[in-house]
Each structure stands twice: as C-alpha cells, then as structure tokens.
Design a protein. Structure first.
Length: 281
C-alpha cells in the first residue's frame, strides 16, 4: 500500500513551483489532493494532470487572506473527500525588495497578509477537521530566510521567521490531539519565480544560476521535487514521531562569498564583515 493512501491533503499555492510538485508527489503516494490557488488555469491544469495519471484531485479557488473563504473552502473539501488529514501551507509572496525605511505600511502588510495571516487562517480552519480525524500533519513552508538574516526583502524575512515560530508553538499546542506541525526551510529552489529572476538578471541566466549554486553547501540549487519529497515524508506515518522540527535546505548567507568546507564536524555560524555566513569546521 502507498504510504498516503486514503489521506486527504490540502496544498495552498499549488499552481506551480513547490506547490505543484508537492501535489504531484503526494498524489503518487496515494493521497487525495485538494489543489488550491488563485490561478485557476494553472490550478486546474495541476488537477487534470493528476487525474489523468490515475490519481484523485479536485481544484478550489482560494484566497488565503480571506478568512471566511478559507473556512468555506475547507468545509467543501471535507465534504468532498470525507476528512482532512494533511495541509501544506505553501502559498506565499516575496514582496518588495527595499530597505526597511523605504517600505510603505501597505507594502509591508501585503506580505504579512499572505505569508503570516494566510498560514494562521488555514491552520485555524483545519484544526477542527484534524481533531475529528484523530490527528493530522500541518506542514508550513518557511524559508532559509526564516532562520538567518540577509540584507534584502525585509518583509519576507520577518514573515518567514513568524511562520517558523508559529509552527513551533502550534506543534506544542496540538500534540495532545495527535496533530504534528513542522516547518520547511528551503534554500534557493529553481522554481519559475527564480528562473524569471535569472532571465532578467544583468549577469545573464547562466551566471545567475552558477552564483546561486555556489551559495549551497551541496553545490547546487534545489528543484521543487526535492522539497516535495521531504514534504511527503512529513505528511506520512513514517514521520509519526516528528513534530516541532524545521529542515530541508541550506544556503550560505547572501551576498557573502561561500566559505570552503573542511572535513571536520559541526556547522557553525560566524560573523564576517559582510554579514552571517555558514562555515563548516
């Protein structure tokens, strides 16, 4: 039997990138997929690809910043599939890339509405269904920028740090209900958004990709499927003893020059003239 057979999984921001790859991976593991997004054309395409491959999926238009809409859609999903077992809070935006003193309140709040309030609304709405099901798994997409700082996109950093702490708090609050909560912190992933950045970069796409590759200890950026594989593990009973954890992906601090590795043990964070870098000692 596939390890997610008969489980209902909601994925937000499911129309492309990590969300799309997650839907596809969870479906191959036997899950019933609730594909949700604002992009109806791409969202329905994800649904169609899953069903044409023999999987089970439905699409719902969902604005995660609208709490009444979240409540209504989750009720519809539960009625359609019978229960809700897993949610992947993936939807998010990067926001403006300005110094903090140049960001307007509206620009700041836009990121918080999606990246923080959206996770809150979806978590709040799904808890009663998971309690009814006897437990569940909440998987929140944070970022490496939810763990370390960098001199760019301040609202994004703040929002992803909030998601990390929300995950840790909710893991402790709902453990007694059999609900596991974990956060995922990818480094740079070669999604359509990042590829579009590469296409418009002054140094050219290949140089941009090479620079990103060099920021990761493993020597290259990740693919959406890499993150989806880890999410599938967290969604499954294989992770039944895993909660209040953060993982999947590591990048050197941007824009510091990557530090060479030595053969010895631990990962240490060290301050240099430009900012935080990761150094293996």
């Amino acid at each position: 039997m596939k390890r997610l057979t008969d489980l209902t999984c909601i994925v937000t921001g499911a129309a492309n990138g990590i969300g799309k790859a997650t839907c596809e991976r969870l479906a191959t593991e036997g899950a019933k997929i609730a594909v949700t997004d604002l992009d109806d054309d791409r969202g329905t395409a994800v649904r169609d690809a899953i069903t044409q491959s023999g999987g089970t999926a439905e699409y719902w238009h969902l604005d995660i910043t609208d709490e009444p809409e979240v409540t209504r859609v989750f009720k519809d999903i539960a009625e359609r599939f019978g229960q809700i077992d897993v949610i992947v809070n993936n939807a998010g935006i990067s926001g403006v890339n300005k110094p903090t003193d140049q960001i307007t309140a509206e620009e700041w709040q836009q990121v918080m509405n999606v990246n923080v309030n959206g996770v809150f609304y979806c978590t709040k709405a799904v808890i009663p269904f998971m309690r009814k099901a006897g437990g569940g798994s909440i998987i929140n997409l944070s970022s490496i920028y939810g763990i370390i700082g960098a001199p760019d996109i301040p609202p994004y950093h703040a929002s992803k740090g909030a998601v990390r702490e929300m995950s840790k708090t909710d893991a402790l609050l709902y453990a007694k209900d059999g609900i596991r909560v974990n956060s995922v912190h990818p480094g740079f992933i070669w999604t359509p958004l990042v590829e579009a950045m590469a296409d418009t970069s002054p140094e050219g796409k290949d140089a941009f990709r090479k620079q990103l590759d060099g920021l990761h200890p493993i020597g290259h950026v990740g693919d959406p499927e890499d993150i989806a594989a880890g999410i599938a593990y967290l969604a499954s009973k294989d992770a039944k003893f895993v909660t209040d954890q953060q993982g999947l992906g590591l990048a050197h601090f941007w824009p510091a020059k990557p530090v060479p590795f030595s053969r010895n043990s631990s990962l240490q964070r060290k301050r240099n003239g430009e900012g935080w870098v990761y150094r293996h000692l």
